[in-house]
Design a protein around this ligand. Sequence first.
Ligand code: ADP
Ligand code: MG
Length: 258
Amino acid sequence: MSDNPVVTLRNVDFNYGATPALKNVDCTVHDGDFVSIIGPNGGGKSTLLRLMLGLEKPQRGEVRLLGTSPRRSRLRVGYMPQHLQIDASFPMTVDDVVLMGRLSGPLPWGPYRASDRTAAADALSACDAIDLRDRPFASLSGGQRQRVLIARALACEPAVLMLDEPTASLDPAVQDEVYALLKRLNETMTVVIVSHDVSVVSQHVNRVFCVNIHVSEHCVTEIPDEISRLFYGPAGLRLVRHDHDHTHDHLHGADHCE
Ligand code: ADP
Ligand code: MG
């Protein structure tokens, strides 16, 4: 693990119109990190990822990605948005979907070069999905689709992988497979994911950013003991039972641990 910052946000505020989504955000992702962004629905997790990628611009503060502006370095990041629309009625094969990850322009089809096809095949192999390459995307199971979409994000041969809720709507066994895959990919690249699953995430990641308008970083060992309850409330006590009280302010403080 090196100390090279891959993503840095400094004093960032972001509003949608008059509504604040993120306030006074300071956070850094380092080279080799496996970061999970957790927090309640509407807390600003997807917005934070989009700011890191330069898909949104902050009204205040600065975002740096791979040593420059996100706009310049975005193509070196593999991104899986939260609501990726692949029209299931359009007869795309797995190969077609992964090749889309090679394009930075607006057209979802070629022309592709031999290097594009090699990169797509390598990405599918890295995700244990090369056997699926000729299958219609629409015919795949949920877990297979997620593998292929991760391969699509990998096809641009990124330095950083950013995935927004890659395990949402998968059953637990399949979620574990996806986390194992991401852990393996993290051996060669920085990985940032948004996840609701605090308990599973804590076994895999080395940093946790808790997002609820403010962003605070927590040690992996702190979850699920307190953060799970703070974010998900008594209903979120899947793994935690706690009787002592935490104030909400705790999350808003400068609570960093290295
Ligand atoms: P999360 O990913 O944690 O669920 P989001 O980053 O999607 O949260 O959203 C943060 C807040 O910003 C929410 O209150 C949401 O309703 C609002 N929001 C998100 N996208 C938009 C948008 N395009 N226009 C207006 N408000 C938005
Ligand atoms: Mg979201």
